[in-house]
Structures are given as C-alpha cells and as structure tokens.
Write a protein that binds this ligand. Sequence first.
Ligand SMILES: *[C@@H]1O[C@H](CO)[C@@H](O)[C@H](O)[C@H]1NC(C)=O
Ligand SMILES: *[C@@H]1O[C@H](CO)[C@@H](O)[C@H](O)[C@H]1NC(C)=O
Ligand SMILES: *[C@@H]1O[C@H](CO)[C@@H](O)[C@H](O)[C@H]1NC(C)=O
Ligand SMILES: *[C@@H]1O[C@H](CO)[C@@H](O)[C@H](O)[C@H]1NC(C)=O
Ligand SMILES: *[C@@H]1O[C@H](CO)[C@@H](O)[C@H](O)[C@H]1NC(C)=O
Ligand SMILES: *[C@@H]1O[C@H](CO)[C@@H](O)[C@H](O)[C@H]1NC(C)=O
Ligand SMILES: *[C@@H]1O[C@H](CO)[C@@H](O)[C@H](O)[C@H]1NC(C)=O
Length: 656
Amino acid sequence: MVRHMLSSLLLLWSFSHELYLTELKYDSLTEQSWKNQNLYSVPLDLDIRLRRLDLSNNFIRQLQTLVLPYLEQLDLSTNQLDFISEAAFENLTQLEELNLSRNALNNNTGVNSKALQSISGLKSLDISFNSLSDGAVELYLRNKYSLDQLKMTGNALTRLSHSLFKESKGLRAITIDDNRISVIEEGTFEPLRQLEMLNLAKNNLAHICDFKLRQLKYLNLSRNSVEFFVTREDDQLYRLEILDLSYNKLLYFPIVPKMNRLKYLHLQNNVLGSLNSEAAMVSQANYLYNEIFNEKTIRKNYLHANWRLMPLKYFDLSYNHFRTFPVETFSLLSSLETLILSNNCLQNIIWNIRNYSDSGERRQLYFPSLKHLVLQGNGLVNISPLFLGALKKIETLNLQENSVQPCAFIDHLRSSRTTQQMNLITSCVAFEQLRTLKHLNLKENNIKMLPPNAFQKTSLVSLNLARNTHMVMHEGALEGVRATLESLIISEINITSSDLTLPCMPALTQLKISNNHLDILPSSLSCSPLREIDIRNNAFIALNHSLMDTLSVHLKLMYISGNTFNCCDSKWLIILNELKIKLPDISDTKCFTPGNSNIAVTEYLKIPLFHCLLHTTAQKVHFGQMLIVVLFLFVVLTVFIIWTRNLCCTERSCIV
Ligand SMILES: *[C@@H]1O[C@H](CO)[C@@H](O)[C@H](O)[C@H]1NC(C)=O
Ligand SMILES: *[C@@H]1O[C@H](CO)[C@@H](O)[C@H](O)[C@H]1NC(C)=O
Ligand SMILES: *[C@@H]1O[C@H](CO)[C@@H](O)[C@H](O)[C@H]1NC(C)=O
Ligand SMILES: *[C@@H]1O[C@H](CO)[C@@H](O)[C@H](O)[C@H]1NC(C)=O
Ligand SMILES: *[C@@H]1O[C@H](CO)[C@@H](O)[C@H](O)[C@H]1NC(C)=O
Ligand SMILES: *[C@@H]1O[C@H](CO)[C@@H](O)[C@H](O)[C@H]1NC(C)=O
Ligand SMILES: *[C@@H]1O[C@H](CO)[C@@H](O)[C@H](O)[C@H]1NC(C)=O
C-alpha cells in the first residue's frame, strides 16, 4: 500500500517535472530576442517554430523573405529599414503584430508597400517616426482589413483624406500625434464604426466645427491650435468619455454633444475666460454656434442645455484667463467632483447669479458633488460666503499662492462684537462653513493673523500654512481642529519658539516646522502619535530627550539638518539612532564640540565618547586648576594670618 503510494507520487513528480521542462523548451523555442545585437541583417538560422521575434535596436537596412509560418509578433523598431522585398512577409501567415517604428520607410514606398499589403491578418501596426508623407501612409494601409490598432506618431502627415482608412475599417485605436495635420476631410473617421480611441495631439488643427464621431470614447486634441469645438445638437448618444483640448487657443467653452458620457474634460492652457462676465462667456459660445450652423431664428442657450446633461467628473481649466468664476455654468455640472482652476486671474469669487425673473425670488445654487477644488495661484482676496456655502461636499481646497485671510470663528449664539467687527473690517474667508473640508492648503497667502478658532467646525485632517512669512498664530488658532488634524505644515513662517503654541493634537502623525527660528519643541507634542517630523533649518541646539523618548514609539522618519546641535548634549540623537528611526539627511547634519569645531553628526556617532570625553577632561583640568588656585590662596592666607598674629603678639608683648 505504502509502496504503491510512493511509486505513484514518484510518477507524479516525474510527470510534473517533465511538463516543466517542456514548457521551458517551448518558451525559448517560440520567443527570441536579438535586441541591441549590432545586427546588419536578419539572422539566417532562425527557428521555424518561432512565435515572437524581437530584432529591435539594430542596423538592419533590408529585409528579404522570412519563412516563419508560426510567427505572431515581429519587432523591427529602431533599425534603418528602407527596403522590404516584395515577398518578405508572404510566408508570415500568422503575423498579428508588426512594429516598424523608427526606420526609413519613406524610401522605396512602392516596393515596401507591396510587401506590407501581403500581410492581411495584421491586428497591430506601428509605423511611427518614419517621415511618412500622406501618400506613403495611404499605400501602407492597403489591405489591412483586420487592423485593430495603428500608430503613426511623428511622421509628416498634413491632410487626412476620406480614402485613408477605407481598407482598415475595423480600427479601434488610432494614434497620429506629432504630425502636421491641418485638414481632416469629412468621412475620414466616420465610417470606422469600431473606433474608440483617437489621438491627434500635437498637430495643426484649428477648428472642430462639426464633431460627429459618436463611436469615440477617447479623443485627444491637445497641443493643436484649436479655437473652437462645436457639435451640432441632435438626439443621438455620443460615447465620448475623455476629451483633451489642452494647450490650444480656445476662447469659448466647447459645445459638446447634447447626449454624452463625458467624464474627463481637459481644457488647461487655453485662453478661456478672457471675457469679463459669465453672461458674455455663455452668449459668445451660443453666438458662435448660431454662426456656424446658420441658425438665426431659434435663440437657445445650447451651452447650458448641453452642460446640464453632462456627467462630467473631472474638469481641468488651469492656466486660462478666468477673471470671474462662472458660478451658474459650473453649478450645472451636477456630477463634477474635481475642478481645477489654478493659475487664472480670479481675484474675487462673487455670487452674482440671476434671480428668477418673474418673482424676483432668490435662487440657491449648489455644487452638489464637488469634492476637490484647486484655486492655486490666482491672487484671490475675497470668496463670497454664499459660494462657500454652496460647496456641500467639499473635501480638498487648494488655495496656495493667493491672498486669503482666514476669519475668526463667530459663534452666532455668543458672538462677541469685536470679532464680528474684525471680520468686517478685513475682508476674510470664513472656513467655518466648510463642514466637510478635510484638506486645506493655505501656503503662501501672506496671512497676517491666524485668529482663534480659524478652522472651527471643519473636519480638517491636513493643513498647510507654509510660507506665510509674517503670520502671527493666535494661541487658540488650531483649537477647533486639534482632535482631527493628522498633518500640519508650518514651515517657512519665520516663527520663534516663544511665538509657537500648539494644542494637544491626539491624531497628528505628520509635522513640518522646517525653516523657522525654533529652538524648543513644544512639549504638547507628547500628545501626538507623530510618525514624521521635519525640523530642518531651525535654531535647535538639543532636543528634549524625554519628549523624543515618548515620540519614538510611533516615529518612523525625521529630518534634522540645518540646525546647530551640540554634540555633547545629544542623548536624543542616540535614542533615535539606536531605535533605527530613519534620518535621511543625517549625513548633512553637523554638531559642534567644546573645541567649537563643527563635525558631521555621523562622525560624532561613530565614537561619541571620544569627542565628548575631551569635553569632560577639559572640565576636569579646569576644576584641578581651580583647586590648585584655591589651595594656594588658602596656604598664603594661613601663612599671612599666622604671621600677623605673631606680629601682634610680639607687639602686645612689647606693650605689656
Ligand atoms: C511562401 O508562400 C508562397 C506563397 O504563398 C508559397 O508559394 C511558398 O511555398 C511559401 N514558402 C514556404 C517555404 O512556405
Ligand atoms: C514599437 O517599438 C517602439 C520602440 O521600441 C515602442 O516605443 C512602441 O511602444 C512599440 N509599439 C507598439 C505598438 O508596441
Ligand atoms: C533614402 O533615405 C535617405 C535618408 O534617410 C536618403 O538620403 C536617400 O536619398 C533615400 N533614397 C531614396 C531612394 O529615396
Ligand atoms: C493627450 O496627449 C498629450 C500629448 O501627447 C498627453 O500629454 C496627454 O496626457 C494626453 N491626454 C490624455 C487625457 O490622455
Ligand atoms: C437676487 O436677489 C437677492 C435677494 O432677493 C438680491 O440680494 C440680489 O442682489 C439679487 N441678485 C441679482 C443678480 O439681482
Ligand atoms: C523674520 O522676522 C524677523 C523679526 O523677527 C524680521 O526681521 C525678518 O524680516 C523676517 N523675515 C521674513 C522673511 O519675513
Ligand atoms: C521635556 O519634555 C517633557 C514632556 O515629554 C516635559 O515634561 C519637560 O518639561 C520637557 N523639558 C524641557 C526642559 O523642556
């Protein structure tokens, strides 16, 4: 019985072993890489069973007939191919993927195209960077009925004609970026029913007057010269999900299809928002629509009608010219989660919305899904409280590089008149309305005063106050968020230890206080489970070792360079070093010794006793000298006393 089991186990083992071996053989047989081998021609003795062959990065100039009936993938990219013999591919009946990028296929297009026309089963073709002209490409794309993916990056195409893809209508993805295309004839892409992904970035396209590609999911028109993008309104469903029109010359909002699935819209680096008012922006876009489609009778707000139905989640409008925040237009985007308006010219966000015309009743608008709002680099001073109140779901607010002053918290039940007056005098931003806010970035706002309870009622988890060089932090500034705050950055605020009071923050795990004038760590930090501390470039001489001992329980990472540490008062450093806490900048950290020489902390740590023993012996010498002096004085004094007493006695005896 046992023997039987053993033999069957053995059998199993040898079987699986053999299987493993054949698999190994199979792989090396069917796949070969000759990449980067200084080849000037295709090796002659190729195994006929090959399925994949990589001949990239060589110097092959000519290709003769290849007889590899099982070959599925052939990579000839980065060679010097300019001649492919007519029959070269004839026997590659299984070939599905061919990479010919970075060759010289602009040469001998007649012969080369005949060779390419003989492989009809091709699914993926890459002919990027071959200096191909319009005519050459048209020849190379003949007889490609099963082509699924085509890459033609970096060629010399100028005009896409409607006959270009007539024999490759099954294409699903086309990349023609980095060419010089300025004209796309009508009917070029429309017949490609499977087309989902079209990349036309880095060309010379100027106008998209009548967008019709309902089948597309991804369209990249970044880095062209597009001035407008207009879709004629119809009731068809467009599948477009991602539209990139960044780095163009858009003056007006694009008019997208009415029924769409657009989720990501990239409009950064254009000239949008140059018009003074929201009403002007909207009416200009609609005017353009009417002009293009010659509709003079019906006056309709196409822009708003279409935006209202758009399921947009992500909207990038950074590096444009917005001077006003188009509140009404953006509030139509009810699914919008991320809005990026950094580097525009918004100095104020005012709540200037049209009321219902008949009743004169006030209209309340919301941004019902907006979670992330980026307003960095705008010079913002005022933000209307009505606007903040409309941000019902806001989690991240980036206000870096603006001029925002936080208001003091007004407790409306027990409002002290002075704080209210203070808030009225200086135009300030009342963060207390943002109940859902988790991440606030106020770096570089030239904040003068961080008033008490500035962030009361928010749920702040991270707060960045860096580079507010003149900021005075009120003792109770962080009071409202001390229980939730996990990350605090107060670097480069030019603060001294006597001006810095931090509350007990039981959730704080990251603290950055670099580039200040601090010499003492606030002892309230013992409340915090800090994992990361940055104290670079301050005035620390030593750190409180009992505090560091407490903190070392959670501490993982600490930056310490740029301080003037005392080597001989470095119990804290020895604690950190022994607990293997990561000190990435320790090699740039110096400390001074009693001899007043600066040495690298790493040097000091190698033989700490040596450097500071000198220090203690120096003290001993000093003490010894003192002792000798004292003894000497004592002796002199006694001698003197004895001598004077003797003198007295003799004198007295004289008198007596
Ligand atoms: C190569 O293909 C041609 C044409 O299909 C055929 O006549 C020839 O026999 C093939 N050669 C080999 C070696 O398979
Ligand atoms: C073709 O090769 C180039 C260079 O090796 C590579 O960058 C490119 O991604 C390849 N094309 C395809 C479709 O894999
Ligand atoms: C082939 O291309 C090279 C440059 O890549 C050029 O010098 C040469 O004249 C071309 N030959 C033909 C036949 O076009
Ligand atoms: C569009 O193309 C540009 C340029 O190639 C690229 O940087 C960008 O990431 C692309 N956009 C998207 C959304 O993929
Ligand atoms: C809308 O109505 C409110 C109150 O009724 C008023 O304060 C506001 O100025 C009006 N807005 C406009 C743009 O007319
Ligand atoms: C930092 O504060 C000192 C006074 O404490 C002041 O003289 C100095 O100009 C300030 N530095 C900056 C960059 O604001
Ligand atoms: C060192 O920190 C502890 C808290 O861990 C505190 O009680 C003590 O007063 C601090 N010592 C100095 C000199 O600041």
